[in-house]
Design a binder for this molecule. Structure first.
Ligand SMILES: Nc1ncnc2c1ncn2[C@@H]1O[C@H](COP(=O)(O)OP(=O)(O)OP(=O)(O)O)[C@@H](O)[C@H]1O
Ligand SMILES: [Mg+2]
Length: 368
């Protein structure tokens, strides 16, 4: 049974479901042969619960490919592949929850004659969660997410992009799923754009037609950072449009707590300090905030510390936000944000005496 166990571990690390599944089945058979029926059944239960029906997986095998480059044009991720936590402003969250609830109650709506297409357009600045939300919706509805890969789909050959769009919609129509057109502006740009007349018109017209004919049982999601570039006719094709904005301070507080939740931290429980930190992070995207928090964790681990500290975090914010990294402006920043001179000395490796002197000289420059 050792071989089976090793193969299952390998399969897990490689995210190879087929491998995990087939070696788990072999393990079950061996356990049964040895008379351990109870343990074999326990494993069997997990296998049946966690791994979707194999036919279901097979259905997604023959992905559409671009005929010129031979690249696959879609990525398929199954509903249980991800489990990310998303922090959103209250109103945005309400809108999203409402949309998800209507997906879940769709069959009841249809019975009442409300046979409306449920399509969602997400727009907003980069790194604020649009792609994560698409995965979250897939997880919540239990439907696989088919993400169109634009690099493979947008072809330089005349007419090929429109053909590729049609093939992707046809592929998605054949199975219960969510079709996700990420970076949507690449194919939905306004037809008025004077630089790209002929081919662009063809692409957008084909897109509009495909959206209109998209099977009522399927769900279309699209996301863009450049909503202003979208063709005006696109907007009304979506039953729900949600802006995903940069987070306000209250949401930044939650993001900082989330991203630092795996380590001890001396300021997340301190209301004032948490607010201070979050106010300094205003204007950044959740993705930036995640990078910054992870940098703070990494620095702590490298220094063999156990706790992310307030001075260290302010230091990280400075590094993230400033390009001019001279010592005086760093010290001034730390000082202005409530880091003591002793802590500044610890963070920067400069003696307390010198820190005091440099700050004093600075003050002299400003006020004197
Ligand atoms: N609202 C959020 N809550 C929690 N984490 C978030 C949020 N937004 C982004 N993240 C984190 O940042 C990473 C990048 O976010 P994501 O790719 O979803 O952004 P996006 O809006 O699709 O960006 P882009 O416009 O560049 O495609 C995610 O993996 C996630 O960890
Ligand atoms: Mg994205």
């Amino acid at each position: 049974m050792r071989t089976e166990l090793l193969k299952i571990i390998e399969g897990g690390l490689e995210k190879n479901r087929d491998k995990v599944q087939s070696y788990t089945q072999l393990l079950i058979d061996k356990l049964r042969a040895e008379g351990d029926e109870k343990f074999a059944n326990r494993i069997k239960n997990i296998l049946e619960k966690k791994i979707p029906h194999p036919v279901y997986l097979d259905e997604f095998m023959a992905k559409p490919v671009d005929q010129d480059s031979r690249l696959e044009m879609v990525d398929v991720s199954l509903a249980n592949d991800t489990s990310e936590q998303i922090v959103l402003p209250d109103l945005t969250k309400i809108k999203l929850d409402h949309y998800i609830a209507s997906l879940k109650h769709r069959s009841e709506f249809v019975k009442l004659g409300l046979d409306l297409p449920e399509s969602l357009l997400l727009y907003g600045p980069p790194g604020c969660g649009k792609t994560s939300i698409a995965h979250y919706i897939s997880q919540q509805t239990g439907l696989p997410l088919i993400t169109a890969k634009l690099d493979a789909m947008v072809s330089s050959l005349l007419g090929s992009t429109a053909k590729n769009i049609r093939r992707i919609f046809e592929y998605a129509k054949e199975r219960p799923c969510i079709l996700f057109l990420d970076e949507f502006d690449a194919i939905a740009k306004s037809r008025d754009d004077e630089h790209e007349v002929g081919e662009l018109k063809r692409v957008v017209n084909s897109l509009l037609q495909n959206i209109d004919n998209f099977n009522q049982n399927n769900i279309l999601l699209a996301a863009t950072n450049h909503e202003k570039l979208l063709d005006p006719a696109i907007w009304r094709r979506f039953s729900t449009v949600i802006e995903i904005p940069k987070p306000p301070v209250t949401e930044i507080e939650k993001l900082v707590q989330l991203f630092l939740s795996t380590i001890d931290c001396d300021f997340v429980q301190d209301e004032k300090k948490l607010f201070k930190v979050s106010a300094l992070l205003e204007g950044l995207s959740p993705s930036d905030i995640k990078v910054l928090c992870y940098n703070a964790i990494k620095t702590t681990v490298i220094a063999e510390g156990k706790t992310v500290t307030y001075p260290q975090f302010i230091y990280q914010i400075y590094l993230f936000k400033h390009t001019e990294k001279d010592k005086t402006s760093l010290m001034r920043y730390l000082n202005e944000n409530g880091v003591t001179q002793a802590e500044i000395s610890k963070q920067t490796g400069i003696s307390v005496r010198q820190v005091r002197k440099m700050l004093k000289d600075e003050e002299g420059k400003i006020y004197g």
